[in-house]
Design a protein around this ligand. Sequence first.
Ligand code: FES
Length: 123
Amino acid sequence: MTFYARHLFFCTNRRAEDADRPSCENCGASRLRAYAKTRIKELGMAGAGGVRVNTAGCLDRCEEGPCLVVYPEAVWYTYVDEEDLDEIIESHVINGRPVKRLFLPEPPETVARVIPAPVDEGG
Ligand code: FES
């Protein structure tokens, strides 16, 4: 059971322009996160049982950003502008159809990684 039907995390980390790695904030992440949050509210989808849009720190995919991840599906996206976010909201968030053209590549090492299921402590 999830508290939100969909939960969006936008990396808004900022690094100096001359840093070794790029950062999502230098691509307008906070402004575009605010846009998405406003759209979700306008659509009447914000809140428990609906959709939550949150700020995240660095998600360590800096070179592929700006980054956004949508749960519970754990779909990683990049985006450029409001049109990309409108498409993610309309297709994925509302209709459950992820937007493949905006997917970040799946790192090969995550395919082989196995996370054990939680242990049922009984009760
Ligand atoms: S700065 Fe956004 S993923 Fe690292």
